[in-house]
Design a protein around this ligand. Structure first.
Ligand code: AMP
Ligand code: ZN
Length: 132
């Protein structure tokens, strides 16, 4: 399969590995845009979070929590966790991955505000979005 993350996990492309177990692999993001920006991915090739079965979801999220707690223990002050599902949401690599951004008090990193000038109607949205 022509998937860059599957190739990395097979050792065909080098990576900066942070963690690995039977089901999960984590490495530094090559963007190197935030100190410690990490990607956590399932070894099983799934397209995105919504395509993951319950077990795969739990394996990736438990590893995400473990790595986040490890980073806090190393002295980072906070963590952002993000996953993009589908191209419209900015997903570029179509093998599910969770981004971890370690943060420091007063760092200049900004997690993008999507529509700073919009105010959606929350009553209408509740009717449209809620699960009954
Ligand atoms: P996303 O936009 O959520 O699909 O994020 C894909 C991420 O994968 C981006 O932040 C890229 O910098 C990162 N990426 C792409 N190729 C590699 C690679 N070979 N090793 C590590 N990270 C990569
Ligand atoms: Zn893959």
């Amino acid at each position: 399969m022509d998937c860059i993350f599957c190739k990395i996990m097979k050792g065909e492309i080098p990576s900066y590995k942070i963690y690995e177990d039977e089901h999960v692999f984590a490495m530094l993001d090559i963007a190197a845009d935030v100190e410690g920006h990490t990607l956590v991915l399932p070894k099983k090739h799934v397209l995105d979070m919504n395509e993951a079965d319950e077990q795969t979801f739990a394996q990736v999220m438990n590893a995400t929590k473990r790595i986040s707690a490890h980073y806090i223990s190393l002295g980072y002050d906070g963590i952002n966790v993000l996953t993009n599902c589908k191209a419209s949401a900015g997903q570029e690599v179509m093998h599910w991955h969770v981004h971890i951004f370690p943060r420091r008090n007063g760092d200049e990193a900004k997690i993008k505000v999507l529509h700073p000038d919009k105010q959606f109607n929350l009553e209408e949205l509740t009717k449209k979005l809620r699960i009954d």
